[in-house]
Write a protein that binds this ligand. Structure first.
Ligand code: RIB
Length: 305
């Protein structure tokens, strides 16, 4: 079985639901406070492990909340031996306001900023050609670029979720087998909002010209589209029920995609499967605890194929 290495963040999410965002100087009532293990890296690792992948997390936590974040990942089945614990810095913390199912996030990166080259080198020492590397932008740009470069040197397949949008070096896309941005991130990196066929084609061409092999844009309710080695593959979104909380839906999609690529599934089926997994996530509250297990996804996926 191929191993999925996730180089990325672990955050404690502090979540409150409210009916509207407060204006400057205003205090609004909220409800349903939750303290959830999250972080784009950890969420993607948890999603992949819950869906049956062999997953190794590479990251850093602080003393405060660190134990809980590690335990949550281990419970999902993730190997945490390459998560370093620091005593002198807090773990990453995300303050999340959920308004009508959508979320707004403010992040203090804390220990995530400590993810460095030596940790990545050590963790990827045993990685084999064909293994999968997944990374995002909640650790330093230096760490992201190094992880992608090293993974390609080792013949791994790379999935880069460039979220949240960040200033990156010009050659980083040349190390991406799959770049997986949402619409806002796509506009940030290319200057083109992929809101119609023309925008999707133009923005994808910019990523491809900069060296990415495949550009997979997640379009929320419109599903996802991939332009690259297999031409253009378009998949509608999967409606699994009422949307309660979109937090970690994109992370579930990426974790699922990684598992499917590790299992050599076709790209079309991988996108369909990932869409079903993300569709289930939005019907539940929270981040890692809202992610489905393999059997749930397979049952629905088989009805579609
Ligand atoms: O993608 C969702 C995640 O983004 C949350 O869990 C939060 O930690 C932020 O990093």
């Amino acid at each position: 079985m191929k191993t999925i290495y996730v180089v990325g963040s672990l955050n404690m999410d502090l979540v409150i639901h409210t009916d509207a965002l407060p204006k400057c100087g205003e205090t609004r009532a909220g409800c349903g406070f939750m303290k959830n293990p999250g972080g784009k890296g950890a969420n993607q690792a948890a999603a992949a492990a819950k869906l049956g992948g062999r997953v190794c997390m590479v990251g850093c936590v602080g003393k405060e909340n660190g134990k809980d974040l590690l335990e949550a990942l281990a419970q999902s089945g993730v190997d945490t031996r390459y998560v370093q614990v620091y005593d002198d810095v807090p773990s990453g913390t995300a303050v999340i306001l959920v308004v009508g199912g959508d979320n707004r996030i403010v992040l203090d990166s804390g220990a995530n900023a400590r993810v460095g080259i030596s940790l990545i080198e050590e963790a990827l020492l045993g990685a084999q050609a064909g293994d999968i590397l997944v990374t995002q932008c909640e650790v330093s740009v230096v760490a992201v670029e190094y992880a992608l470069r090293l993974a390609k040197k080792k013949g791994m397949t790379t999935i880069f979720n460039p979220a949240p949008a960040a200033e990156l070096g010009t050659d980083v896309f040349t190390f991406c087998d799959y770049i997986v941005p949402n619409q806002t991130e796509t506009e940030f990196y290319t200057g083109v909002l992929p809101e119609d066929e023309e925008g999707i084609r133009r923005s994808a061409e910019i990523f491809l010209r900069r060296g990415a092999k495949n550009v997979l844009i997640t379009l929320g309710e419109e599903g996802s589209v991939c332009i690259g080695e297999a031409g253009c593959v378009r998949i509608p979104s999967y409606n699994a029920g009422k949307v309660l909380d979109t937090t970690a839906a994109g992370d579930t999609y990426i974790g699922a995609l990684a598992v499917c690529l590790a299992e050599d599934m076709s790209l079309r089926n991988a996108m369909l499967y990932a869409g079903v997994a993300a569709g289930l996530t939005v019907t539940r509250q929270g981040a890692q605890q809202s992610m489905p297990l393999r059997d749930e996804v397979i049952k629905l996926f088989e009805k579609l194929t």
